[in-house]
Design a protein around this ligand. Structure first.
Ligand SMILES: [Fe+2]
Ligand SMILES: [Fe+2]
Length: 165
């Protein structure tokens, strides 16, 4: 069953937001590279790839539902940060905004009685819990490491060893 047009527009906004998140992570990754924190740079780059995968999942879902997938305007991401903690905190703010947007989308799907969207969106609701927890835990560890370059390099090394997406 085709999804209603206004719900399709909301799905397209989410598709655009996932691309915005991808760009933002890629930009944070570039900033970490300039700080010679290559583990964190690589972690952020993987995160960017994951966000792009989310965008493609939304795009495919819209198409599978017989809709038109349209990418909207993606604003330029923040390019410089005061500290590694500042960069991770900015990523956390973004993840929280994505969580809120997905919750809104879920409410819109419920309101439209679009049952076919529900399981797809539930997958993202669960994913966001994980995303927020991961970024928040790293921010906490950076707070603990404050002023200790040894601890910072250890964490950088650990994050550089992240496997998969
Ligand atoms: Fe995402
Ligand atoms: Fe994310």
């Amino acid at each position: 069953m085709k999804m209603p047009k206004d719900l399709e527009a909301a799905f397209n906004s989410q598709l655009t937001m996932e691309l915005e998140a991808a760009n933002s992570y890629l930009q944070i990754s570039a900033w970490f590279a300039t700080q010679n924190l290559n583990g964190m740079a690589s972690w952020m780059r993987q995160q960017a790839t994951e966000e792009r995968t989310h965008a493609v999942m939304f795009l495919d879902f819209i198409l599978d539902r017989g809709g038109e997938a349209t990418i909207g305007q993606v604003p330029a991401p923040t390019a410089s940060f005061g500290s590694p903690l500042d960069a991770f905190e900015s990523a956390l703010v973004q993840e929280k905004a994505v969580t809120e947007a997905i919750h809104q989308l879920y409410r819109a799907a419920e309101q439209a009685d679009d049952i076919s969207s529900i399981p797809f969106l539930q997958g993202f609701i669960t994913e966001q819990i994980e995303e927020e927890a991961t970024v928040s835990a790293i921010a906490d560890r950076l707070r603990l490491a404050e002023g200790q370059s040894g601890a910072l390099f250890l964490l950088d090394n650990e994050l550089g060893g992240r496997s998969g997406g």
